[in-house]
Ligand binder design. Structure first.
Ligand code: HEM
Length: 381
């Protein structure tokens, strides 16, 4: 007896199968199996039609039309694998270029590599050592000075103020000094924010605050940098006379500047002041030159000069900032009567006799210590 197939099978099955199925009806179990197969076939067809394309297309990803295939490139492998090359091999190729085909990795460096060994060394030096240790030097100096001040106290004028003054710096010399001081302090603060913001600001005030402060610091730093060159030149012109070293300065060195009680005779500037002057001029020149190179990196086509510039810039700045803290201490609360010279241009005669006795004698024609002739002999040029 011919059986009528359900509609769905009559539509799906080919005519021969339909004829066969209708002509010799299968046993009951066979009919069920056929239905099951047909359902499965239908479901599979549905899944393939409706499934999201990327799921099915993984194996058919093709490179863009302008892709370049390097002979040494890692062989394509299944998705999410490194092909036949290890991680280390791939990074080695990126760092050094391909030894078999130099220049195979497009590169901005003369070595023909995307990453260089010098670049990695520079990064490690900057991140692990300079940022971590050098940036803290100014803070360490502040702590040491605070301890010194607590133990030793300020240097007071032994005879007290005489009330009589002597001219020490002209107005233009003082303006040159304060111009440098203001520009230097602004550069120091903005530079330290750039250097230490990530460790000093971000963890406490958040990354957004650090980002805003660092951007502002960058703008300020770029603006004050050129002014520093002007300030440096002006300071040099105004203070170079009197800052040349003299054999007499050896006494100051051997007695550690009179730090431990011995009086040391001095001309207009003592050895400490002269050293500070030349450090500001010479290290300042290195800081300025390296800063210009960082502002205009196209001035050199050798990346290593830029790397060296960033290192010298930070180290020079941290050195000057640390010494400047000592200088500011001595110029203010550390030594009685010092600040008068830079504020008023005049110093008390007692200050001049105690700290710069040879200079006192040169400009007044009087003996600095009439009662102690031995001291006069010591200070004689
Ligand atoms: C608030 C900050 C500062 C104070 C209170 C201060 C104070 C002084 C004083 C009192 C003097 C005169 C010393 C004397 O009469 O022999 C002086 C000289 C000098 N200061 Fe400053 N200063 C400050 C910042 C700076 C900064 C930031 C620099 C450079 C980066 C600087 C560079 C100099 C130089 C080069 C001299 C002349 C020393 C010499 O020619 O031997 N000062 N300062």
């Amino acid at each position: 007896m011919r059986q009528r197939l359900p509609f769905i099978f009559s539509e799906i099955l080919p005519p021969e199968a339909r004829f066969f199925a209708e002509k010799s009806p299968p046993p009951l179990a066979g009919a069920r199996t056929a239905r099951l197969f047909a359902l499965l076939a239908l479901l599979t067809a549905l899944i393939f039609t409706l499934a999201p394309a990327p799921l099915l297309a993984q194996s058919s990803v093709r490179p863009p039309g302008n892709a370049v295939t390097f002979p040494d490139a890692p062989e394509p492998g299944p998705a999410n694998t490194l092909g036949t090359r290890s991680d280390a091999e791939i990074w080695d190729m990126i760092r050094g270029g391909s030894p078999r085909d130099p220049g195979v990795i497009f590169a901005p460096t003369p070595e023909g590599a995307l990453m260089t060994t010098t670049g990695q060394q520079w990064r490690v030096l900057r991140e692990r050592y300079i940022r971590k240790y050098a940036g803290w030097a100014p803070l360490a100096v502040i702590v040491l000075i605070a301890l010194f001040h607590l133990i030793r106290g300020p240097m007071r004028l032994k005879e007290g103020r005489s009330g009589k003054t002597l001219p020490r710096f002209t107005l233009t010399a003082r303006v040159a000094h304060w111009f440098m001081a203001v520009v230097f302090i602004l550069l120091a603060i903005s530079g330290l924010v750039i250097l230490l913001g990530r460790v000093l600001i971000a963890p406490y005030l958040g990354r957004e605050v650090n980002s805003a402060l660092t951007s502002a610091a960058m703008q300020g730093h770029n603006l004050f940098g050129p002014l520093f060159i002007l300030a440096l030149f002006w300071l040099f012109v105004k203070f170079v006379a009197g800052n040349f070293f003299h054999p007499h300065d050896l006494k100051w060195i051997f007695r550690l500047g009179g730090l431990f009680g011995h009086h040391v005779s001095s001309r207009k500037f003592n050895f400490g002041e002269k050293t500070w002057f030349w450090l500001v001029v010479l290290v300042g020149a290195v800081i300025a030159a390296s800063g210009v190179l960082m502002l205009f990196p196209w001035l050199t086509d050798d990346l290593r000069f830029l790397q060296l510039a960033t290192v010298l810039h930070v180290l020079g700045a941290v050195l000057l900032i640390s010494i400047a803290i000592g200088h500011i201490y001595v110029g203010t609360i550390g030594m009685e009567g010092s600040l008068d010279s830079m504020l008023k241009g005049e110093v008390d005669e007692s200050w001049a006799r105690e700290h710069h006795d040879i200079w006192y004698e040169q400009i007044t024609g009087k003996k600095a210590h009439p009662e102690t002739p031995k001291m006069k002999q010591e200070g004689a040029p």
